[in-house]
Write a protein that binds this ligand. Structure first.
Ligand SMILES: Cc1cc2nc3c(=O)[nH]c(=O)nc-3n(C[C@H](O)[C@H](O)[C@H](O)COP(=O)(O)OP(=O)(O)OC[C@H]3O[C@@H](n4cnc5c(N)ncnc54)[C@H](O)[C@@H]3O)c2cc1C
Length: 415
């Protein structure tokens, strides 16, 4: 069933145009081929299926470029379609309706986050050497921050060091869950660039450094199995890795700030993606409820299932409106830190609940590879710990509320 996207009253004409154009690509170009595109990804898929999928993917990408929707996260000067923050956020809820659709629009994590960081902080030379080939698809990249031996949810505790020696940075440390690890031609590595034994309570110690994959001392130790499946999230040791000082990205000590900036807007985009995926799960659930006969009637006549539909409707509306509210505050340049934390907790959890109900309604088919629900379920669960786990964001919300209270103000939910 196609995604039902109509103009939204009150938003800009451009946002409506982008949503409608995106829906046209999703409904006409992607959804009819979705099964084949998924089948081609399975281990052991026949070469003929993979070849056909490549042709279809190329044709979809050509259509996306022709429609002017390619790489919504990048400015036009770097080959993107130069959308504003809000336009991009609204586009995501539509393109995410089809799982994996973002890649067909030129948004492929972790390259997309690295592209944004390079566009924002890169020197002209870094832009020429890394950003341009990355956007042209000639290079792949990874973002190497999380470590097995320190808490990723407290990134200031990380132990990987970068020591200055002459004209070079010398990097030592162990990272894991570096996505795209095997395919990457370079990594952006988060390093501690001050005294490693000092207190970890200051933000100004972290620096991001570009490390080409083939630099001596970069050792990919293993691909970590995720949800019981082979993945490209890698464990990597950096042993006396030497790169020129010019590979430092942004000012020394700006790494934490840059990562927060990457994550802040990224969380809104991820949440709008989750809304699009919930929307799809919801449509699938309703469709099945109207078609499946059980115990003398369609599922839709059973009150348990009606409850699933109503609860999911409420979850999606709440998640979507919270995310749009947060995006609007960010777009207006207002302090949205509390809202970002709130959506980062609420939306993945709501997504998890909606997909869980959709799976229940579909029965065994819900956990099969015939539907996108099982992959969505794993994605939703993972989102609750990646990019800052729930607990860390709850602490931040409480801190902001209490800070205001102690300053003599109660919280103003109208602003
Ligand atoms: C599929 C996947 C892809 C990833 N890709 C990348 C990548 O490309 N690059 C990269 O650098 N990282 C990546 N990560 C890592 C991810 O960012 C981290 O897993 C995340 O930041 C959490 O860090 P951690 O795993 O070290 O958990 P920890 O920091 O050890 O936290 C574990 C748990 O402790 C609890 N907790 C934490 N703080 C508190 C507190 N103050 N109070 C109470 N409870 C608390 C939370 O429940 C949390 O889930 C990826 C992870 C996954 C699963």
């Amino acid at each position: 069933m196609p995604m039902n996207v109509q103009p939204i009253p009150g938003v800009s004409e451009r946002i409506n145009q982008i949503r409608l154009l995106t829906a046209e690509v999703v409904n006409k170009e992607i959804l009819p081929h979705e099964n084949l595109l998924w089948a081609a990804r399975r281990p052991g898929a026949p070469e003929a299926t993979r070849k056909r999928a490549r042709e279809i993917r190329d044709a979809i990408k050509a259509k996306v470029k022709q429609t002017g929707l390619w790489a919504p996260h990048l400015p036009e000067e770097y080959g993107g379609c130069g959308l504003s923050f809000l336009e991009h956020a609204y586009m995501n809820e539509v393109l995410a309706y089809t799982l994996g659709g973002a890649a067909l629009f030129g948004v492929v994590a972790p390259n997309s986050g690295n592209q944004k960081i390079l566009a924002r902080f890169g020197t002209p030379e870094q832009i020429r050497n890394w950003l341009v080939p990355l956007t042209e698809g000639k290079l792949e990249s990874g973002f190497s921050m999380t470590e097995p031996d320190t808490a990723g949810s407290d990134p200031r505790s990380l132990r990987t060091t970068a020591r200055r020696e002459g004209n070079e940075w010398v990097i030592n440390g162990l990272k894991w869950f570096t996505s795209n690890g095997r395919r990457a031609d370079f990594f952006i590595v988060m390093c501690r660039t001050e005294d490693p034994s000092g207190p970890a309570d200051r933000n100004g110690k972290m620096t991001q450094i570009i490390v080409p994959r083939d630099t001596p001392g970069v050792n990919i130790l293993r691909n970590i199995e995720v949800w019981g499946q082979e993945s490209d999230h890698c464990e990597i040791s950096y042993e006396n890795v030497r790169v020129p000082l010019g590979n430092q990205l942004g000012a020394a000590g700006s790494g934490h700030h840059a990562a927060q900036e990457r994550l802040g807007a990224g969380r809104v985009y991820h949440c709008m993606n989750s809304v699009g995926q919930m929307w799809r799960a919801f449509d699938l659930m309703v469709q099945r409820a109207t078609e499946r006969d059980v115990h003398g009637g369609k599922l839709e006549t059973k009150q348990f299932v009606q409850g699933f539909i109503a609860d999911s409707y409420i979850d999606i509306q709440a998640a979507r409106l919270m995310t749009i509210h947060c995006a609007e505050r960010m777009d207006a340049g207002l302090d949205a830190r509390t809202d970002i934390s709130a959506i980062k907790i609420f939306v993945p959890d709501a997504y998890h609940r909606v997909v869980d109900r959709a799976i229940q309604v579909w029965g065994a088919a819900g956990v099969s590879g015939d539907l996108p629900l099982a992959a969505m379920y794993q994605g939703a669960r993972t989102l609750r710990l990646a990019d800052g786990p729930d607990e860390v964001h709850k602490i931040l919300i409480a801190k902001n509320v209490l800070h205001r209270h102690h300053a003599g103000e109660s919280w103003d939910f109208g602003n």
